[in-house]
Write a protein that binds this ligand. Structure first.
Ligand code: SF4
Length: 223
């Protein structure tokens, strides 16, 4: 079946469009936030390692007991591997993830006095930490304005024509150039919620989307 041809509309320039997108998504998703539960940077780092290709709600079911049992980077580093694996076995790739947690925490203990560093360069030296994880830690645990490109941020920024790149690092740089500095973390939370509630990967709900007039996605659904 051929799709009805979409009328081409002239869209505002990217920076102006981003501001409108943020404003409309703020009204549509006032509750948008990071969905992982944590009370300090170390807990967020552990939760993010566990959350790779896993649901946040499952991670949130596992972490309360984990965070009571292991309170410091040294605790994780010293834990017998099989004991840590048992604690996280409900999550996918639990063996790999528990090994990453141990290695990451051993490095924290060795090089950072057990504290999660508050700079991206230092975070990137930790095993299991890439730019996405590092930026999410900075943005959500240290109140720094950073863009962590997760699957929703990547998909929506591509659909919205805010980047032509497919590499997450390049997408981060593209977005950093057009998203107002004070709103970078908020922008990510809004795209994550919009991606979960409206702009689905397979069948986006375009007719009810509050930013449809700002979106150039050629495959927009019509019903
Ligand atoms: S119009 Fe459709 S493709 Fe564009 S952001 Fe909204 S739901 Fe996603």
């Amino acid at each position: 079946m051929t799709r009805p041809r979409q009328k081409k509309r002239k869209l505002p320039a990217d920076r102006a469009r981003v501001e409108k997108i943020i404003s409309r998504l703020n009204r549509a998703h006032p509750d948008a936030k990071l969905d992982l539960d944590f009370t300090n940077p170390l807990e967020l780092l552990i939760a993010l390692i566990l959350a790779a290709q896993a649901r946040d709600d499952l991670v949130n079911q596992i972490t309360p007991a984990l965070f009571v049992k292991y309170r410091t980077a040294e605790d994780y580093a010293a834990a017998p591997p099989e004991e840590l694996e048992k604690e996280v076995r409900r999550i996918n790739f639990y063996r790999n993830k528990s090994r990453l947690i141990k290695n990451c925490c051993a490095e924290l203990a060795r090089s950072f006095n057990g504290e999660v560093p508050s700079g991206l360069e230092e975070l990137l030296t930790l095993p299991g930490v890439g730019r996405k994880t590092g930026n999410i830690v900075l943005g959500n645990a240290f109140d720094r304005q950073a863009i962590g490109v997760d699957t929703h941020v990547m998909r929506l920024s591509q659909r919205l024509g805010l980047t032509r790149n497919t590499n997450p690092d390049k997408i981060e740089f593209d977005l950093t150039a057009i998203v107002p500095e004070k709103q970078r973390v908020r922008f990510c939370h809004l795209l994550q919620y919009h991606g979960r509630r409206v702009c689905f990967a397979k069948k986006p709900r375009c007719p009810e989307c509050v930013i449809k007039s700002l979106c150039p996605y050629p495959e927009k659904s019509t019903a």
